[in-house]
Ligand binder design. Structure first.
Ligand code: PLP
Length: 253
């Protein structure tokens, strides 16, 4: 059986974070492994608080797991602290994980910061060079590239700039830009992944998108095929979303 690891924050709603990643892995018949980087208190209306796991214990979780099992793919979600990025990169340099996908999480839909100052810079310097695919949204791509993305041309400039930071491929998800929800995929060649906006507020779309890519890489799909299929998966999961709380809808995984 294939295995995939997520290093991510716990989301008690199950709509995003580590819990959503594990459900996605299961949906693709993959055994999910998980290392928790932070615990959150949240509901469908938003994130209330974040409690990071300390650096030494993240190191311990990663080392004991990776000394035993080599996952077929690895996803990094909300790491929250620069010190977590640092220790994750240190351990990964030792174990060289295959098929590393990075979702450079910065802020929740409800506006809560999900990355302390300095975390993204560290991620760019220490982890992007080890990665196969990174999946920033418009906001994350703007922060990382220093280009304020306001239209598709800005997105094209940003995606090229981000690829120079080390990943094999970059997908910028355009869901927060305009009505088209078009994603740009760049691996040296530009690919436009067409989409259209679905009305409503949804929790965990970015998490699910990147974990589907992770699952498909574990199953030996190429990164472009994985991103294209992940976009379809997310769209379908949004169309079948449920609404158990007072706030955002949860994707059907
Ligand atoms: N909580 C955790 C643990 C997450 O990883 C994320 C996103 O990556 C969120 C919350 C925020 O999700 P959203 O902005 O889709 O509500």
């Amino acid at each position: 059986m294939k295995t995939a690891l997520t290093v991510a924050g716990s989301d008690p709603t199950g709509g995003a974070g580590l819990q959503a990643d594990l459900k996605v892995f299961r949906a693709f018949g993959i055994h999910g492994l998980s290392v928790v980087s932070a615990v959150t208190a949240q509901n469908s209306e938003g994130v209330d608080a974040v409690l990071p796991v300390d650096r030494d214990f993240i190191e311990r979780q990663l080392n004991i797991l990776l000394s035993d099992i080599k996952p077929h793919a690895v996803k990094l979600g909300m790491l929250y602290k620069a010190s977590t990025v640092e220790i994750t990169a240190e351990v990964f340099r030792k174990y060289s994980p295959d098929n590393l996908v990075i979702d450079p999480v910065t802020v929740s839909s409800s506006g809560m910061s999900l990355a302390e100052k300095g975390t993204l810079d560290k991620m760019r310097d220490a982890l992007f060079p080890l990665s196969k695919v990174i999946t920033p949204n418009i906001h994350e791509a703007s922060v990382l590239s220093g280009i304020t993305i306001e239209n598709e041309n800005d997105m094209r400039d940003a995606v090229k700039k981000l690829r120079k930071m080390g990943p094999d491929a970059v997908v910028i998800t355009g869901g927060h830009l305009d009505e088209t929800a078009t994603d740009l995929y760049y691996d040296g060649e530009m690919h436009v992944l067409e989409g259209s906006k679905i009305e409503g507020e949804y929790h965990g779309t970015g998490c699910v998108f990147s974990s589907v890519i992770t699952a498909l890489l574990a199953l030996d799909y190429g990164p472009l095929e994985a991103a294209t299929r992940a976009k379809e998966f997310v769209r379908n999961a949004m169309e079948n979303a449920c609404h158990p709380g007072k706030g955002m809808a949860f994707l059907h995984i």
